[in-house]
Ligand binder design. Structure first.
Ligand code: ATP
Ligand code: SKM
Length: 292
């Protein structure tokens, strides 16, 4: 079933501060997709072996200079994907996709971990639709930004809407979903996400702090600080959040450790990993999970 729908859908929702539950008509967007059923197909135990036979050992070329001609459509501040990376992710996607049986992929992780950036790469490679929960909440709440929602209605209102969005997404198929950084804290959200395959993008806090400072903290209300050194303030906030949430992230079916990928590829710094290389690693880890 085709589920590619513009994220620009405007929903006829009004915020009523006396009633923080989402209004039923605000979920029209999801109803159009109807109920979908997952069917089970046997997972080939030889999937990995078969792929190795076809492609040989996976050797990634991570382009760190302009000598590789970029062929990817994905643009971030990181090095663009090389032609080789783009080809590898496409090939692995084509091989794994039938074994997903349409199950959605939920990306979880701290804010700034690359759920949106990597999610778009993955959805393109798999031919899945991409949804960003934060964006859906913003649309559902009538166009306010996440920061405005936090300020006007409070975090618990945001979390209610987050759960409702995940609930609706969980009835759909063939999606890559970028969840909000805090979606993991509510057990009910896991009930929804476990209908698909959840992947934790585990990024060192130092790298997260650098990205968040580069982006600016305006869109991340839980990180805002009034004064002081941006790096130490951001690190402190991230450390506290991670202490609260570390165990919750570990509920994910699959963990993709950026530190491990960098070590495997011989990089000292995780900032050299392109979204496509991370996407490839996500697919390889999903493949391992499916074989279990
Ligand atoms: N592999 C990468 N290399 C370099 N920069 C990256 C990479 N992945 C993401 N970024 C950058 O890091 C920032 C955060 O990425 P992104 O928005 O994808 O994270 P997120 O997990 O969706 O964040 P949030 O949960 O706060 O919405 C963005 O500026 C993005 O361009
Ligand atoms: O880590 C968090 O709790 C959040 C992360 C963002 O994606 C947003 O969902 C919101 O800013 C909260």
């Amino acid at each position: 079933m085709e589920t590619r729908v513009s994220l620009g859908v405007k929903l006829p929702t009004r915020i009523n501060t006396e009633n923080i539950a989402i209004k039923p008509n605000s979920l029209q967007f999801f109803r159009n997709h109807g109920e979908q059923r997952l069917c089970q197909l046997p997972v080939s135990r030889n999937l990995l072996a078969k792929r190795r036979r076809v492609y040989g050992p996976v050797i990634f070329k991570v382009s760190c200079s302009s000598e590789h001609s970029p062929a990817s459509t994905v643009e971030t501040r990181s090095v663009p994907a090389s032609f080789d990376e783009s080809k590898i992710i496409k090939n692995i996607s084509e091989e794994i996709e039938p074994y997903l049986n349409g199950r959605c992929i939920y990306l979880v992780g701290m804010m700034g971990s690359g759920k949106t950036t990597v999610g778009k790469v993955l959805s393109e490679a798999l031919g899945y639709s991409f949804y960003d929960c934060d964006k859906l909440i913003e649309e559902t709440v009538g166009g306010s930004t996440v920061a405005e929602i936090f300020k006007l209605y409070g975090e618990s209102f945001f979390r209610e809407n987050e759960t409702e969005v995940l609930h609706k997404l969980s009835s759909m198929q063939r999606l890559v979903v970028s969840t909000g950084g805090g979606a993991v804290v509510r057990p009910i959200n896991w009930r929804h996400m476990h209908k698909g395959i959840s992947v934790w993008l585990d990024v060192p806090l130092e790298a997260l702090a650098q990205r968040i400072i580069a982006d600016g903290t305006n869109s991340r209300p839980l990180i805002r600080y009034e004064s002081g050194d941006p790096y130490s303030k951001t690190m402190k906030r991230l450390s506290n959040l991670f202490e609260e949430r570390g165990e919750a992230y570990a509920n994910a079916n699959v963990r993709v450790s950026f530190g491990n990928i960098a070590a495997k590829r011989g990089f000292k710094d995780v900032c050299n990993l392109t979204p496509t290389v991370i996407g490839i690693e996500v697919l390889l880890q999903i493949e391992n999970f499916l074989k279990k």
